[in-house]
Design a protein around this ligand. Structure first.
Ligand SMILES: NC(=O)C1=CN([C@@H]2O[C@H](COP(=O)(O)OP(=O)(O)OC[C@H]3O[C@@H](n4cnc5c(N)ncnc54)[C@H](O)[C@@H]3O)[C@@H](O)[C@H]2O)C=CC1
Ligand SMILES: O=C(O)CCC(=O)C(=O)O
Length: 631
């Protein structure tokens, strides 16, 4: 064999396939036997003892064969079963085997009878399979194995590699101690512990490199692979107590996930963001231009909430960082809290309850009213405002609304032409405007003065919308007879920080710690919604639902490569992309361009493997913000 050549020594059981062949054979052979579970468990335990080095390999093989009551006829069934259990990342990377199968050596302590037909599907010749062989009795039952085969002996893989005397670079990929032994014996350049199916601490400790999937190995060695980047290298940082479903989903996708319970300030986040590809936040983490300066790997910000005012969307755009939010997942929760609060305030419950805690019994109907028939004024008739309108009407409220844009009235709601009209007409006023910067301090003395005396006032939108001092004065004077405030201009970053506000101690005032959307239902919905959006973008280039990128929704292309180009919205970029593709004789199967004011987003599906030069040229197109080959 040639010097300078590369050889890829790959283990079979629990590496090439997700399972151990002998364990599976036991299952097939034992069929419906009442001892099936007990015997397969016993075999599996012995397999593990052999793999982690706690008993010798020959002892493990001997013991397992004696427990197996398998017949030659069972092997066909086993092979069919194993075909469905090839490791996912091996299945994904046929492109590697297409080019390198002659240099792949499957070296296994398993058995050729079931290994050869499985690896043949990947183009690996029988001559490249080094494994044991069974011996059968005259009735076709497996009674043992060929004791002359080096792979049936202790340090069998080492002996096999010595016998092969490979001249070139040797890379070993496997999950077991016996795979590491090849490297220990100096017969391989590197040992990659493969952990897609099993993790063995004794093996991980010894590895030169841990490969959670085959892509990690291929990427590390610059070999052909089906994805442009191994998923296990994608780092996700989730802040602010995001529901655990999100962590699970990201981990299931193969990403690395780090969780931090609270928010981070600018300095902390600027440091932390350096290695992060996907950042999940809620309302308290501010993604500023300064933070983004350090975010050189960042691809996506997922706002696990509705509001995105805490994110500098323009700076994200300039950096090619896509942002998603969860526009509907907590809507209902906010509306339910608003309804509960308006009833509580109409009945003076905050004061009454406080007195009860102090031992004061004050049964009275003074200043206590039903909400039925009262005029509810909704400022901001968006998703929350409209849902509140519907539920409010169902409770007998007479609904009025005001929005800065034209909104269709739901049910019998009355549209107010001006904010003044709404403020001077209604008995209960609830704010549901979005967090645009123009809304800062819009509710101050002037607006409070316009309200009816003894109005109920509620804010579950954004804290900076209100001038807090002016609100305090309005409550103290009795102009506002009850207030509920869920959002504040300054909110603690974590539950450990104290809450400071001029509103503390005001009469008939409910203060809640920004929990309008904090229900199990809403948080679970959000935690499932945002990762799905992220996966659609990372895996398909789909930007549907993004709050800053042009929205494109595309089907996944089979048998094609997808290239993603993000650029400043200047004329002529598409032509430049196509000139490069043309020069490289790459045929375009489909192309989609969408722009917004600032940014152009092009997805191109091509029919040919692209080379590094094409990638470099795409990246070098003037005004390019990001280019990434997807698959
Ligand atoms: N307290 C909490 O835990 C939660 C608070 N929110 C906040 O609630 C607010 C509303 O959410 P959605 O209804 O989902 O948003 P949305 O975007 O569907 O609706 C906002 C509406 O407000 C209107 N608007 C903006 N400025 C206005 C103004 N000055 N006067 C009148 N109308 C104005 C917009 O035209 C839009 O129709 C957002 O600020 C969001 O961040 C959302 C969820 C949970
Ligand atoms: O639950 C949160 O952290 C934020 C809720 C909120 O304000 C939003 O969804 O806009």
């Amino acid at each position: 064999m040639n010097a300078g050549k590369k050889y890829f020594v790959i283990d079979f059981d629990s590496t090439f396939t997700k399972v151990e062949g002998l364990d599976e054979l036991a299952g097939v052979a034992l069929g419906n036997s009442p001892h099936r579970e007990q015997v397969t468990q016993e075999i599996s335990n012995i397999t593990n003892q052999g793999m982690d080095g706690s008993i010798s390999f020959s002892e493990s093989l001997e013991k397992r064969i004696s427990l197996l009551k398998a017949h030659r006829d069972h092997i066909g069934e086993l092979v069919e079963k194993l075909k469905t259990k090839v490791s996912d990342s091996f299945r994904r990377n046929q492109v590697f085997f297409d080019e390198y199968a002659p240099q792949v050596l499957v070296v296994s302590s398993g058995f050729k009878e079931f290994i050869t037909p499985i690896v043949a599907e990947f183009g690996i010749a029988a001559d490249n399979v080094f494994a044991n062989t069974f011996t059968f009795d005259q009735d076709g039952y497996i009674v043992g194995y060929d004791h002359n085969n080096v792979l049936s002996k202790d340090k069998g893989k080492v002996k096999q590699l010595k016998a092969l005397n490979l001249k070139g670079d040797v890379y070993v990929i496997g999950d077991g101690y016996t795979d590491y032994e090849i490297r220990e014996a100096g017969l391989a350049n590197k040992f990659y512990a493969f952990t897609e199916n099993v993790n063995r601490d004794s093996v991980l400790d010894k590895a030169d490199h841990i490969a959670p999937t085959l892509e990690e190995f291929l990427y590390d060695n610059k070999l052909p692979m089906s994805l442009s980047y191994p998923k296990n290298r994608i780092n996700v940082l989730l802040l602010e107590n995001i529901h655990s479903d999100a962590k699970e989903l990201f981990e299931k996708e193969g990403y690395n996930v780090e969780i931090i319970a609270g928010a981070l300030d600018e300095a902390e986040l600027s440091e932390k963001i350096k290695d992060v590809h996907i950042l999940g936040i809620r309302s308290k983490t501010h993604i500023t231009r300064k933070v983004l300066e350090n975010a050189n790997r960042l691809m996506v910000v997922g706002a696990f909430c509705i509001g995105t005012n805490q994110i500098d969307l323009e700076a994200c755009l300039e950096k090619g960082v896509l942002t998603f939010n969860a526009p509907y997942s907590n809507t209902r929760s906010v509306v339910e809290l608003a309804i509960a609060q308006m009833i509580m305030l109409m009945r003076n419950i905050p004061d009454v309850s406080m007195k009860m805690h102090q031992g004061i019994w004050q049964k009275s109907a003074a200043n206590s009213n039903e909400i039925r028939g009262k005029k509810l004024g909704i400022v901001g008739y968006g998703n929350i405002g409209k849902q509140l309108s519907v539920l409010g009407e169902a409770l007998g409220l007479d609904v009025y609304y005001y929005d800065v844009v034209e909104k269709l009235a739901l049910g019998n709601a009355t549209k107010c032409k001006t904010i003044e009209e709404l403020l001077s007409t209604t008995d209960i006023i609830s704010l549901h405007v979005d967090g645009r910067s123009d809304n800062r301090n819009i509710f101050g003395k002037e607006y409070f003065d316009m309200m009816k005396d003894g109005v109920i006032f509620m804010n579950l939108s954004r804290g900076f919308v209100i001038d807090i001092e002016a609100l305090k004065v309005a409550v103290e004077s009795g102009k506002i007879r009850g207030a509920s405030i869920d959002v504040f201009p300054e909110e603690p970053k974590t539950n450990e920080e104290p809450f400071k506000s001029a509103l503390k101690g005001l009469p008939n005032t409910i203060l809640t710690p920004h929990i309008g959307g904090s229900t199990q239902e809403a948080q679970k919905n959000i935690a499932n919604y945002v990762p799905t959006q992220v996966f659609n973008y990372i895996n398909k280039g789909d930007t549907f639902g993004s709050v800053n990128f042009p929205n494109i929704q595309l089907p996944e292309q089979r048998n094609a490569h997808r290239l993603i180009h993000v650029h400043e919205n200047v004329p002529g970029i598409l032509a430049k992309i196509n000139t490069i593709l043309n020069r490289h004789e790459v045929n375009i199967l489909g192309q989609y361009l969408k722009t917004n004011e600032k940014l152009g987003y092009v997805i191109t599906d091509v029919n040919k493997e692209y080379d590094k030069e094409l990638i470099n040229e795409m990246r070098a197109i003037p005004h390019t913000i990001k280019f990434r080959p997807l698959y």
